[in-house]
Design a binder for this molecule. Sequence first.
Ligand code: AGP
Length: 611
Amino acid sequence: MCGIVGYIGDKNPVEIIMAGLHRLEYRGYDSAGVAVVNENGLECVKSLGKLKVMDALLEEHPLTGNLGIGHTRWATHGVPSEVNSHPHFDMQKEIAVVHNGIIENYQELRAQLESEGVTFRSQTDTETIAHLVRKYYQGDLFKAVQRALQDVEGAYAIGVICKDNPDVMVAARHGSPLIVGVGENEAFIGSDVPAIMKYTRDVYYIDNGHVCEIARGNVRTEDLQGNPVALEMKHVDWDDAAAEKEGYPHFMLKEIHQQPDVIRNTLRGRVEEGSDAVYLPDMNISVEELKACQKITIVACGTAWHAGMVGKYLIEKFAKVPVELDLASEYRYRDPIVPPHTIMIPVSQSGETADTLEAIRIAKSLGAKVTSIVNAVGSSVARESHGVVYQQAGPEIGVASTKAYTSQVTAFALFTIWLAESRGIMDKAQAKEMISHLRAIPDKIQSILDNQDVIKRLANTPKYRDAQSALYLGRSFNFPSALEGALKLKEISYIHAEGYAAGEMKHGPIALVTDELPVVCVAVQGDTYDKMVSNIQEIKARAGLVVTVATEGDKDILAHSEDVVYIPECYEPYSPILVAVPLQLFAYYVAVNRGCDVDQPRNLAKSVTVE
Ligand code: AGP
């Protein structure tokens, strides 16, 4: 996620903005910039790279004034570069904008503005806002921003300043967080509390659809239609560490709770409300190539590999293309067969995993078309692939992957619909139904998060919390859920945990079953439900400790389980997205109860950039 800081008051804004941006560095970024209004008009310094580059540039070229905005960019549209870094400007360089979010209709806005004579400098969606504000500007910056945003669709948190309005900063929000801080004859804007907490703890949280006109000590707020809105002042008493996690005790828990919005962002700009078509222009694969494709190879590591397994099940079930799934570390050392028209889909949150990168290079050398599912824009995986589906999940700080996993599965769901429709395997009615199921996922995740007390209680039950080992079982789409649930538990609580295909129980693992072995069984409603119940009964018959993840309303399962965790009813092929959440929470709370370092587990790195 990008970082925004702005200031208006009697102090020099640059020092305040840069201090605020440094406080937001934990969010991850690839470039930065600052603009100020002063007697010279609008002045700006921006650069690729870390804030220390900006610090050095500002040392050489100090900026002065009493009004300014700054930004750290986590790229979503347009690779990391100086020209793509924020702030962005109108053609006259008299209006500056910083933005966090995704403008879904930026391409049509850009085309319209270019047809009206506007020349763009960058590849970003953000720049369209600067030109739109100019288009409607007639001396009142607040009104111009308010009108411009009526043309915008998507998620935004923006700060806007103008050379000819030195006493006003304008801020607005829809979907991406933004706060206004108020001090003595001064005011601030920030993406979240850490950015401005050093200067004021009195803040307004801007709500969706609201625009704020911010003067030295006064904030006026209206909705986009001009109706006045009263904001409630909050006093924040977090310490610094808590502020970075927005009040959550760990980044991992914060990121688990971000998942409803993360799934909305992964879908954003790719499926329209009520539509029957998926839009993935960055995949860079033609319909002809999709039709000619005889084999898809998915390669990844760890959690990303589990997402790839769900992808395999989805693609083969709905698009009828054979899918080879392999660990990148295995793929690179065997002699893979790459027939003509093979498409490789690498999956990687960081985009820097060494084994995945090497697998890409091998596949390309053997003629494969490579199009990756990746979170980090402009990362090595993205750059070395022919095409990409960016997850749009924002930076994942916790070493244990959570939101990146559910975002990757969602990306595979999108790709599958697009592939199946392109190959004429899926008709528009089915595509519309599947898109509707996808769009229902975020609210279902939210209901799991709202009812997590059962999971917290289980995680603090000695027979689970103090277990020496655990088994996770699932079938079909939820076999990867079992693998992922086991990985979550083992990597943050250090309890040995193994994920297994439930049908394999009798081929060995059932020998492990005792009354001290927790066996987590994914038995949601679906094609393999009855088989799962049979497996559970086999375990219960041997005094096994069964914790079942089941579908709300399923009372029968209670008779076969020690404990049950319910998830909302869900379209089975997409149930791994929901199932992941209680298993993430279970692993998290067990690890916390065992006093483990949840965000930085021992021996682990967030990105395995070496073999
Ligand atoms: C999962 O919780 C781990 N952090 C790890 O397995 C991770 O998924 C794996 O290293 C792949 O990383 P990537 O997605 O950045 O390539």
